[in-house]
Design a binder for this molecule. Structure first.
Ligand SMILES: Cc1ncc(COP(=O)(O)O)c(C=O)c1O
Length: 474
């Protein structure tokens, strides 16, 4: 049996040295720079020898079965436009104007799903660690409560793990949704490596989720944009496939597909040992980083937080409260003085995302750089609390209605009590604090002023400096 059907089909085609009278226009790399040329060899198209992503009958169908087996799914799909396209697909599997429970820490791709499908969001608040102002878990009790008010909700979305690596009690939430006949959809964008080592959090599908999306390029050796959507026995698979085909290009990237195929095989054969190495390095270096005055790797603190069930050991969340720098300043120094780029910086934390391919030297480099910076900037004064995240919004128009509504630009200072016409999302992690169609309440107005003052990088806004904002006239 061929264990990497997509990769093998492409290689066979390439090795035949066919005259390519078909797309793409670089016909195997011509006109591209030398570094892109070897990569472009695999950049073929949907010729019969290779298979069609929309109607798979050969290599892609075989590879999908292998993918489903690796993830213990009933069905799986390859995605070539990131986890975002998986989230959009899940929204398109619901009825038009469905009510959907969504955590307020959902990634901005949810907004796209809401606009495309016309669904109405019912936001719930995840559990927020109030000192650092980060969302860490979802309490099953919160979902139970929401379902009392919105029993008609068709689907419940959970982000699991969070951007910070914490997971929630998906099993308990799945029990609630199966009793009430709702679908449990999980944004598991950051958890595509979980099935391959038992010391990592349990995958959501194993806990009873009906469908999950993995942004496999985030954690595995997969080219950017490579992702997957997996369904369990209760997932409305025909609708999912229909939605997927609607939003997916007819010219998928075969290098991305090949990398997904190869990565799945690698993880099935060597995933446990690769993750074991990462786990050991994580344990070792978290202790070392904790020995640096002023820094603390958050680990036990996260695991003892209400509703947190597990933690991805490869997410290294460092509290920097004992330094006189904030997270943005520390990340900047790491970048300019040590050539280290971390995944995320916030007021009181930095987040380093470790891959299963980082070697001891890489972890050591991070440790040494942190040690060197901390020795220059240690502080004993207590920091003031970060600005609170805004409360749940009043949704006055559905995201789809708001998307198509006429907008007007006004000064930020004049936007209180108006209806937002644009998204405001801090990036990274890309979690919106305001979406079109929502009321700009006094609390959200204050938060926008804080974002403007702090010059935090934003997405979705029409004016990056937030001097102006778009609104919708009622
Ligand atoms: C939780 C979460 N969901 C979805 C996405 C979207 O993933 P992608 O960039 O693969 O489209 C991201 C991206 O950062 C994310 O963090």
């Amino acid at each position: 049996m061929d264990t990497t059907p997509i990769y093998s089909a492409i290689k066979k085609y390439v090795n035949q040295h066919n005259c390519r009278f078909h797309m793409p226009g670089h016909i195997g790399g011509q006109g591209l720079t030398a570094e892109l040329q070897s990569f472009a060899q695999l950049d073929v198209t949907e010729v019969p020898a290779i298979d069609d992503l929309h109607m798979p009958q050969g290599a892609i169908l075989e590879a999908r079965k292998l993918l489903a087996k690796a993830y213990k799914a009933t069905n799986s799909l390859f995605l070539v436009n990131g986890a975002t396209s998986g989230i959009h697909t899940l929204f398109l599997s619901l009825n038009a104007s469905a009510y959907v429970l969504i955590p307020r820490n959902a990634h901005r791709s949810f907004y796209g799903g809401l606009v495309l499908s016309g669904a109405w969001p019912v936001y719930y608040q995840p559990q927020i660690e109030s000192n650092l102002n980060i969302a860490l878990s979802v309490l099953p009790g919160e979902i139970e409560e929401q379902l009392k008010y919105f029993p008609q909700a068709e689907a419940i979305f959970v982000t699991n793990p969070t951007y910070y690596g914490t997971t929630s009690e998906i099993g308990a939430i799945a029990k609630l949704t199966s009793e009430g006949d709702q679908l449990l959809y999980v944004d598991e964008a950051h958890g595509g490596h979980f099935p391959f080592h038992s010391a990592f959090p349990k995958p959501s599908l194993d806990c009873g989720a009906d469908a999950v999306v993995n942004g496999l390029h985030k954690n595995l050796p997969v080219l950017n944009q490579g992702a997957a959507l997996h369904g369990g026995p209760k997932a409305p698979w025909e609708k999912i496939e229909k939605g997927f085909s609607l939003i997916t290009t007819t010219s998928p990237s075969f290098p991305i597909l090949a990398s997904l195929d190869l990565s799945r095989e690698l993880m099935m054969n060597s995933g446990t040992s690769l993750l074991e190495k990462g786990l050991n390095l994580s344990k070792h270096y978290k202790i070392k980083i904790n020995s640096i005055k002023g820094l603390k790797c958050l680990d036990k603190e996260l695991l003892s937080f209400p509703g947190v069930k597990g933690l991805d050991p490869l997410k290294v969340l460092v509290s920097i409260e004992g330094l006189e720098l904030n997270g943005y300043e520390l990340a900047h120094l790491l970048r300019v003085e040590h050539n280290i780029q971390v995944e995320l910086a916030e007021e009181k934390i930095i987040l380093a995302m470790m891959s299963l391919f980082h070697r001891a030297e890489d972890w050591e480099k991070l440790y040494k750089a942190l040690q060197s910076i901390a020795s220059k900037y240690s502080s004993t004064c207590t920091r003031k609390k970060s600005v609170d995240l805004p409360p749940l919004p009043y949704v006055l128009l559905s995201p789809r209605q708001a998307y198509f509504a006429p907008k007007r630009r006004i000064k930020l200072g004049d936007c209180k009590d108006k209806i937002a016409g644009e998204m405001v999302a801090v990036y990274p992690p890309g979690i919106p604090c305001l979406l079109p169609g929502e009321l700009i309440s006094p609390a959200i107005f204050d938060y926008l002023q804080y974002l403007k003052r702090s010059k935090i990088p934003l997405q979705g806004v029409t004016d990056l400096e937030l001097n102006y904002i778009s609104i919708i006239e009622p």
